[in-house]
Design a protein around this ligand. Sequence first.
Ligand SMILES: Cc1ncc(COP(=O)(O)O)c(C=O)c1O
Length: 374
Amino acid sequence: MRQFPASPITVLIDGTPQYNLAESYGRDLSVAEVLGPAGLEPLGRLSLGYGTSAGDPALREQLAARLRVPAGQILVTAGAGAALFLAALLHSDGEVVLGVPCFPPMLDAVRGIGAQVVTVRSRFDDGYRIDLDQFAASLSASTRLVMFASPQNPSGTLITASEVEQMLAAMSRTCPGAFLLIDETYREAVYGDAPPAPTFAGTSPRLLTCASLSKAHGAPGLRIGWLTVPDPALYEQLRLAKFNSSVACGATDEFLAALLLARADEILARRGAFLAKARTTVELWMEQQTRHLRWLRPHAGAFCCAQLNPVIFGPEQITRFHAQLAEHQTAVSQGPWFADSPNIIRIGLAYEPLTKLEKGLTIMADTLNAAIGK
Ligand SMILES: Cc1ncc(COP(=O)(O)O)c(C=O)c1O
């Protein structure tokens, strides 16, 4: 039997800490907010038949208009998670090159389906920029798929257009048949009225993107994401892989997703205003913690990365820090969940209302002191 690695990050959906500073998105939307002034009536009339294998045509048109690619290149999936899984599955006959640290299921799924994994590590001290020389050296004639996230999880660091160009150039030299998948799940989770980074969708025939309504929009329970796939043969295989695993996405999910997307600008603006306030709250708090913590100001995403000062936080202090946080019903995400160093933590900025975020940060400041015996 194939084995998927144990995944401690499942605590994020299975646990219920009082101060949840571990999450990667903001407040959940309610169905009523998505339905808007029309109320329940349209939902009541929805037929619960199967959806289509590629995804609801109107929903694909909406996504195509937002991403400026043809609707025929959009495959609707059960979240970006399923998009990553399907892409990895199709390329598991060769090597899959992955940027780490990363969203844990990205790495674990590739391992679980038995593909050869090659990792390209980026580091806190380099601001999680990709080492392009290391990237080029990690490619081989057996590379089938390359997967990176922009913004990256856990740091919120964006990959630049020039970096993507250089990655594609290296791929065309070593593995010209391989595809580059950029996971843009957090692209639209911006602060205030800052514009999101342009999507990479449609910028190269060998480049795929995926994203979802889970994070920036706040509807992870909808399980609606998508892939953009310019290559028709690959698109068809992905559509068949989706059909063979789940037939179609849920009709209710697709219906609500279309309503949400119709009001996406208004919803994103409201959430962006809150994200900006939350990031400022964390930034001010970080200024008080410089002895214990360094942080990276994220480009986008409802989280940031911080490093527990390695001079004072060894393995014992780090274990004590997390144990004491748990005693206070407070959670942050831990570096090793993302294949990163134990000194790294990811702090969710916007899942809690500001008063609870502030309370959680106060508990964390006390815990940092207590963990080093102060
Ligand atoms: C970088 C990244 N990609 C994809 C996902 C999957 O999200 P979903 O399947 O809810 O769209 C996550 C979830 O945390 C993520 O962090």
